[in-house]
Design a protein around this ligand. Structure first.
Ligand SMILES: [Cu+2]
Length: 364
């Protein structure tokens, strides 16, 4: 399986305030309160991290009240310190034939819940963008059903979107996310539905483990000293990593970041992660749609580009490096030359909702 991790996300340009620590961790997972609450189901909608609860929350509650279970399709939050868990939580659960299974989509990163007929290949958003739209079912799911939630949340989603299915025949069903090949879940459909409390607790344990994994990778990345190379002309080239990846997470931090560079220095962004990223300068001039041609391609053209204030400058999508058959380093790198002094803010258009942003200060 090709382990390309691509991302598509649109959203408001959120403030990248980081609330690290245990409170952030619990806030991210949300399930701490869910476990403690008398009725876990009614709090599932609040277990949404930064996105808050909404219509989806009450939908999940009413669904669960009917005897089904509720799972999460990924978790992430700016409050978590820019770590996104790319897993279904819990990864495996049991449900009775006919009982509803509801997935909530509390992540700032979009995901899908997609079932294909047994033995059929898994389609990918990267090769079939039409999969972003849902393909609903007309009845209970069987092992020969194709059903796809589409990518959720969408750019216009309010609250926490949910997706509910029932199953018409016993069996072991595996499902996946069209964006994240590592994201695979299993449902054991049979005679009994396990208690929501057990499902929630297991999802919580898995989520905690994965967030810790991502946070450790993030700490290691942020602890690295700025990478610099002296050039023959006396300038310096600085290398900045665009995030990093672990088995279950993506970390949306630019690092190691030089605090200050001099006019004439070069800043080279390199993507060694498992997801595509951009470095896009220009503040309000940066388009919010990752799929826009002016986001996918370098603007105004191939690098190196000179940093100019109040100007849209864009690397285009730099492909991931931590995947089999990754693009060569040159194709995953993009350079800017520091222009006049000032502070230059940049974001990853794909991961703005996850707080992926940075800045470069240029002085003479
Ligand atoms: Cu990104």
């Amino acid at each position: 399986m090709v382990r390309v991790r691509s991302r598509r996300a649109v959203g408001a340009f959120g403030a990248a305030t980081l609330l690290v620590g245990l409170a952030g961790l619990i806030g991210l997972l949300g399930v701490g309160q869910a476990i403690a609450a008398p009725n876990p189901m009614t709090t599932m909608g609040d277990a949404a991290g930064s996105t808050g609860s909404g219509a989806g929350g009450s939908a999940a509650a009413s669904t669960a009240a009917a005897g089904g279970i509720t799972l999460k399709a990924g978790i992430s939050s700016v409050a978590s310190g820019k770590v996104a868990v790319l897993e279904f939580l819990p990864e495996r659960a049991s449900v009775a034939v006919g009982d509803p299974v509801t997935w909530t989509f509390p992540s700032t990163e979009p995901h899908s819940v997609t079932f294909v007929p047994a033995g059929a290949p898994q389609p990918r958003f990267q090769t079939d963008p039409s999969l972003a739209a849902p393909t609903p079912t007309t009845g209970p799911v069987t092992t020969s059903t194709f059903v796809n939630s589409g990518l959720l949340p969408t750019p216009t989603s309010e609250g926490v979107p949910t997706f509910t299915l029932t199953f018409g025949a016993p069996g072991t069903y595996s499902y996946f996310c069209i964006l994240h090949p590592n994201m695979v879940g299993t449902l054991d459909v049979g005679a009994t539905t396990e208690p929501q409390r057990a499902v929630t607790a297991r999802g919580y344990d898995e989520g905690i483990r994965y967030v810790r994994e991502g946070r450790a990778a993030q700490r290691a990345l942020l602890a690295e000293a700025p990478v610099r190379t002296r050039n023959a002309d006396g300038t310096t080239t600085w290398t900045v990593e665009m995030g990093t990846s672990t088995e279950h997470t993506e970390v949306y931090s630019y690092a190691p970041s030089p605090t200050t560079v001099r006019t004439g220095d070069t800043v080279t962004f390199v993507n060694d992660s498992a997801a595509p990223h951009t470095s896009s300068f220009g503040g309000k001039l940066v388009p919010l749609d990752p799929e826009a041609p002016t986001v996918k391609a370098p603007v105004p053209g191939p690098g190196p580009l000179r940093l100019v204030p109040d100007t849209y400058l864009n690397t285009g999508w730099l492909p991931p490096g931590k995947v089999p058959g990754a693009a060569p380093l040159a194709a995953r790198s993009f350079s800017f030359v520091a222009g006049e002094p000032g502070r230059y803010e940049y974001v990853c258009v794909l991961h703005v909702p996850s707080g992926m942003a940075g800045s470069i200060r240029v002085r003479d």
